[in-house]
Design a protein around this ligand. Structure first.
Ligand SMILES: Cc1ncc(COP(=O)(O)O)c(C=O)c1O
Length: 401
C-alpha cells in the first residue's frame, strides 16, 4: 500500500476514495483524467540508465510498454482501493485474472480445491491446461461447510478457489470459514469476487488473492474486456507480479483509460441497479410461474443469511427458477420474446440482459439442480417498471408453452 493510500483510507469515506484514488499517480499535468499513454519502446540516454531500469522490472518505472504505463497505474490503484488490498495487477481479461494467479500459486504435483459453481471457462482451465501441467482439481459443492471442506484437503492442496455467489446459480459461500481451513493447511484462498465488487471486502474475509472481471461493473458499458488481480501482501505481490510478467500479461492502455472513466461512476450505477434489481426480483418472486428467485439480497432467497453477514449490498445479476411444469422450450420462447432484456453473455453494463442457465452448466459435485428450468437476468439502468412489464409479457409467452 502506498503512503497516499494509507492516509486516505484512514481519513476518507469509501465514496470519496473512489473519486480520488489513483489520481496522484497519473502524471497528467493537472488533467483530472489521465491521457492515454500508448507505447512499446522507451529510449534511454545511457547504459547506466538501461542497467538500472532492467534491475527494476517490477517497479513503477517506465522501462518498456509491457511493464505498464501511467494509464495502467491509476487503474491499478483504484481497483486495489475498491478491493481493500495493497497492489493490483491489471491483465487482459477477467479470464486472465482467473488463470494468472492459478498459474502463480500452483505448480506440477499440487492439488486445487475448486468450487463447483465456478465460471465455466475457469473450469475449462482446470480440466485442460492445469491437468496437462500436472495439477489435480477436486470440485466441491459451493455450499460446503468448513468441516466438509477439511475432509477434501490433501497434503498437496495449495489453493482453495471460491466464487461467491456463483455467477450463474448464486450460491453464497462461507468464505471466512473456508479460508480458515485453507490457511490451517497452508493453502492460499483465491476468490473470483466479480459479483461482490464494491460490496464484499475480500481481505477482511480471509481471501489472499481477489479476482475481478473489470469488464463488468468497472467498465460499465459493455465495450471493453479487462481484468484485475489484487493482493494484500508484498510476498503475494512478488509471486503474482513475476508470473504475470513472465506470461507477458498486458492490457491495452486505451481500455484502461475507458475503465478509469467507468469506475468513477460505478458506485452510483450500482446503487441504482441494486434498487431496481430488488424491485424486479421481488416482483418475480411473487409470480405463480416462478419457483424461486436466486438473488442473495432478497429475504428468504438461498444464501441470504451469509450474504447479510458478509456483504454490504448486491449487484444486479440474479437467477430465476421456473416452476417445474414449464419446459425448457417454453423458457426459450419467453427469453426470445423479451424486448428490453437482450440475450447476451457478460453483465455489469447499463443494459438489461437475459440468458438461459439450464442446458449451459457443467457440474460434478452435485450443485446446480433447482427442480425447474433456470435463467439468468441482469438488470441495467432502464426503468424497473418497464422491465417488469417486459417480464410480465414474457411470462405470458411462457404460459403458452
Ligand atoms: C464470474 C466471472 N468471472 C470472470 C469472467 C471473465 O471475464 P471476461 O469476460 O473479462 O474474460 C466472467 C465473465 O463473464 C464472469 O462472469
Amino acid at each position: 500500500m502506498t503512503d497516499n493510500q494509507d492516509a486516505s483510507r484512514a481519513k476518507h469515506n469509501y465514496f470519496t476514495r473512489l473519486s480520488h484514488a489513483g489520481r496522484a499517480a497519473t502524471h497528467s499535468h493537472g488533467f483530472v483524467n489521465p491521457p492515454v499513454h500508448r507505447g512499446s519502446t522507451l529510449l534511454v540516454p545511457d547504459i547506466a540508465t538501461r542497467k538500472a531500469s532492467s534491475a527494476n522490472r517490477f517497479g513503477r518505472q517506465l522501462t518498456y510498454g509491457v511493464g505498464g504505463t501511467p494509464t495502467h497505474w491509476p487503474l491499478e490503484d483504484v481497483v486495489a482501493e475498491i478491493e481493500g488490498g495493497t497492489r493490483c495487477q491489471i491483465v487482459s481479461s477477467g479470464l486472465a485474472a482467473v488463470t494468472t494467479p492459478l498459474l502463480a500459486f500452483l505448480k506440477a504435483g499440487d492439488h486445487l480445491l475448486m468450487t463447483d459453481s465456478a465460471y465455466g471457462p475457469t473450469r475449462n482451465f482446470c480440466d485442460g491446461l492445469l491437468t496437462r501441467f500436472g495439477v489435480t482439481t477436486t470440485y466441491y459443492h459451493p455450499c460446503i461447510t468448513p468441516e466438509e471442506l477439511e475432509k477434501l484437503v490433501q497434503p498437496n492442496t495449495k489453493v482453495v478457489f471460491v466464487e461467491s455467489p456463483g455467477s450463474h446459480t448464486f450460491e453464497v459461500q462461507d468464505v471466512p470459514g473456508l479460508a480458515k481451513v485453507a490457511h490451517a493447511h497452508g493453502a492460499k484462498v483465491l476468490m473470483d469476487n466479480t459479483w461482490g465488487i464494491h460490496h464484499f471486502q475480500p481481505f477482511t474475509h480471509g481471501v489472499d488473492v481477489s479476482i475481478q472481471a473489470l469488464t463488468k461493473y468497472v467498465a460499465g458499458h459493455s465495450d471493453i474486456i479487462l481484468g484485475g488481480i489484487t493482493v494484500n501482501s508484498e510476498a503475494d505481490w512478488e509471486v503474482l507480479r513475476s508470473t504475470s510478467s513472465t506470461l507477458g500479461q498486458f492490457a491495452s492502455p486505451d481500455d484502461c483509460w475507458l475503465a478509469l472513466r467507468g469506475v468513477r461512476t460505478m458506485a452510483v450505477r450500482m446503487e441504482r441497479q441494486q434498487k431496481s434489481t430488488l424491485q424486479v426480483a421481488t416482483w418475480l418472486s411473487q409470480q405463480p410461474e416462478v419457483k424461486q428467485v436466486l438473488y442473495p439480497a432478497l429475504p428468504g432467497a438461498p444464501g441470504h443469511d451469509i450474504w447479510k453477514r458478509d456483504f454490504t449490498g448486491a449487484c444486479s445479476l440474479f437467477g430465476v427458477v421456473l416452476q417445474p411444469q414449464f419446459s425448457e422450450t417454453a423458457m426459450h420462447n419467453m427469453i426470445e420474446s423479451l424486448d428490453l432484456f437482450g440475450m447476451g453473455a457478460s453483465w455489469g453494463g447499463y443494459e438489461s440482459l437475459v440468458l438461459p442457465t439450464t442446458g449451459f452448466l457443467t457440474r460434478s459435485a452435485g450443485s446446480g439442480d433447482f427442480g425447474g428450468n433456470v435463467m439468468r437476468l441482469h438488470v441495467g439502468l432502464e426503468s424497473p417498471d418497464d422491465l417488469i412489464e417486459d417480464l410480465r409479457e414474457g411470462l405470458g409467452v411462457l404460459r403458452q408453452g
